[in-house]
Design a protein around this ligand. Structure first.
Ligand SMILES: NC(=O)c1ccc[n+]([C@@H]2O[C@H](COP(=O)([O-])OP(=O)(O)OC[C@H]3O[C@@H](n4cnc5c(N)ncnc54)[C@H](O)[C@@H]3O)[C@@H](O)[C@H]2O)c1
Length: 304
């Protein structure tokens, strides 16, 4: 049987934690770590291999782009931080050009894998990855609002003193400031989540601003995103058809097209098999349009 191979490109905080999570959960037969700082990847591979006597058997190594050959999933978490005096748009342009060079390397060795993207702003990075790769939409996936939805479900579960896995609730739109909570569909065993407006506002603001709080406290977020990426990888490799709020190119979704946004999608071995039709209220639709317009403006600013 063909070995399953997952490549992680950019083994900083998010990439290395993701690789470690995949390793602990034995998700793939082979894990390849690639970074522009090759020594970092070598160190991570050594460190993980030394843990092998305590877990099962996964082959982990610091690789090159040639190792993308035959990879089932290529996760990209490579990114660059803002330089002093640099505007957000300039940073964005720089990250897009980093992605363009990474993707052209990947394309030399792989034409049938799945690109799973996490670098921020993830919806924009996913959009440009689709354009650069020329791959079908289903095989270019952004981590979207899966992490945000997990934060949302956790915070609701704290209010209700319930297991977060029993809370079904979605954050959709941009993975960022313009995301929106779909309160109209939030439920526990089909029963509507009943919270007062002040609590709802508090829960959503804490969800939306979670990354700021964590970054202020410890410089970066990586544990929960690693679990979210692991969840997507598992849905793909096990052909689960799981419904996950990943980022995909919308095509006439509530009239929105040609932009990547986080929405509930069916994820299986093909990647994003289908976008779920969910019933949004008028207010939620307006917020989704606002989020889409913000991202479209950003795309235009990079293209100009
Ligand atoms: N999607 C989400 O929900 C989510 C959550 C958390 C973080 N993130 C994003 O993930 C990204 C990574 O965050 P981090 O904390 O790991 O940053 P980091 O600085 O720790 O890691 C980035 C890594 O990318 C590598 N890199 C840079 N250019 C490269 C290139 N051309 N080729 C290969 N590797 C390259 C760097 O050497 C570094 O190891 C950021 O954009 C961050 O905002 C996304």
């Amino acid at each position: 049987m063909k070995k399953t191979r997952v490549v992680v490109i950019g083994v900083g905080m998010v990439g290395s934690t993701t690789a470690y999570t995949l390793l602990l959960r034995e998700r793939a037969d082979e894990l390849v770590l690639i970074d522009v700082d090759h020594n970092k990847a070598v160190g991570d591979a050594l460190d993980m291999n030394h843990g092998m006597p305590f877990i099962g058997h996964t082959e982990v190594w610091a690789g090159t782009y040639e190792d993308c050959k035959g990879a089932d999933i290529i996760i990209i978490t490579a990114g660059s931080a803002q330089k002093p005096g640099e505007t957000r748009t300039d940073l964005l342009k720089r990250n897009v050009s980093i992605y363009e060079s990474i993707i052209s390397e990947v394309l030399k060795y792989n034409d049938d894998g799945i690109l799973l993207l996490a670098t921020n702003p993830v919806d924009i990075m996913s959009y440009f990855s689709l354009k650069k790769s020329g791959w079908p939409i289903n095989r270019v996936i952004g981590s979207g609002t899966l992490l945000d939805s997990a934060r949302f479900r956790y915070l609701i579960s704290e209010e209700l003193t319930l297991d977060p896995r029993s809370v079904h609730a979605h954050i959709i739109g941009e993975h960022g400031d313009s995301e929106l909570p779909v309160w109209s569909l939030a439920n526990v065993a089909g029963a509507k989540v009943e919270l007062d407006e002040a609590t709802k506002d508090k829960v959503f603001v804490e969800t939306r601003d979670a990354a700021y709080s964590i970054i202020e406290a410890k410089g970066a977020t990586y544990y929960a995103i690693a679990l979210a990426l692991d969840r997507i990888v598992t849905a793909i490799l096990r052909d689960e058809a799981a419904v996950l709020n990943v980022s995909t190119l919308l095509q006439d979704y509530y009239g929105i097209s040609d932009v990547y946004l986080g929405v509930p999608c069916v994820v299986d071995r093909q990647g994003v098999r289908q976008v779920m039709d969910i019933e949004l209220t008028e207010g939620e639709q307006q917020l989704l349009h606002k989020s889409a317009n913000k991202l479209k403006d950003l795309i235009r600013s990079i293209e100009s």
